[in-house]
Design a protein around this ligand. Structure first.
Ligand code: HEC
Length: 222
């Protein structure tokens, strides 16, 4: 016969632990009127009031407070379709007319900010240069197929449509939208940077300012 040697202390702690875990497990799944026992609270229990509920703190006894007379929306109303949606004002939902010009004045600094945002939010899928070879794309093994921003269709996209892709996402969230992560100004800055990336493969010597050409000894004839 096998004998298990067990000292008293060890034995009682094993029994104790078994009993405790059985008690705790036993509490799960049973209906009770009492609030559950939560050893780690994590702010689960908080005073909150549902719609139409009472709160005696206020004279009228209503938990939900009526709006103060004359309350106006904070921030500017977003009526400028060109700026906030990348669409012309006469656009309809079924017939969107995308703006062809960025509706903001952007400086070189803004484009640099666009680059910084592009690096954070777009490179994982589209890659640094926009060739769709980001690390996520490589690791996804063909499941994620971002558009190559240098292909013919993408070059033909109006800026408003690129803005819309960033704002709302593409093709039922095949590409996620960044409406809440990027401000309106940042989204247009990213659009400008996407255009700048596209230009990097298409610029000719004619596009380079004369003084820079002179400095480097470049000429259009080369
Ligand atoms: C999670 C991966 C992912 C990220 C991050 C991502 N994209 Fe995309 N993007 C895609 C995919 C996938 C498509 C192709 C969607 C399709 O056609 O089904 C796409 C398509 C596009 C298109 C083409 C839209 C069109 O109408 O043809 C543009 C432009 C674009 N992305 C720009 C961006 C920019 C700018 C960012 C950063 C703000 C970004 N994407 C971030 C995955 C991503």
């Amino acid at each position: 016969m096998v004998q298990i040697k067990c000292n008293n202390k060890l034995f009682s702690s094993i029994i104790g632990a078994t009993f405790l875990s059985l008690t705790l497990i036993g509490c799960r799944g049973q209906k009770s009127e009492n609030p559950p026992i939560l050893p780690i609270q994590n702010m689960v229990e908080q005073t909150s009031f549902g719609p139409q509920s009472k709160n005696e703190f206020y004279k009228d006894g209503r938990a939900y407070r009526p709006q103060i007379l004359g309350t106006v929306e904070f921030d500017k109303p977003k009526t400028d379709k060109r700026l906030y949606e990348g669409k012309e004002p006469d656009s309809t939902e079924h017939d969107p007319k995308w703006v062809k010009k960025i509706p903001l004045k952007l400086s070189e600094k803004d484009i640099q900010r666009g680059q910084a945002k592009y690096v954070v939010f777009c490179t994982p899928c589209h890659g640094y240069a926009g060739d769709s070879d980001g690390l996520v794309t490589q690791r996804a093994g063909g499941v994620i197929r971002p558009s190559n921003i240098h292909d013919k269709e993408r070059l033909a996209l109006p800026v408003g449509k690129i803005y819309d892709a960033i704002h709302n996402g593409v093709n039922n969230w095949n590409m996620p939208g960044f409406a809440s992560q990027l401000s309106v100004e940042d989204k247009w800055a990213v659009v400008a940077y996407v255009r700048a990336l596209q230009l990097t493969r298409r610029a000719t010597l004619e596009n380079i300012p004369a003084d820079i050409k002179a400095k480097h000894g470049w000429s259009n004839k080369q």
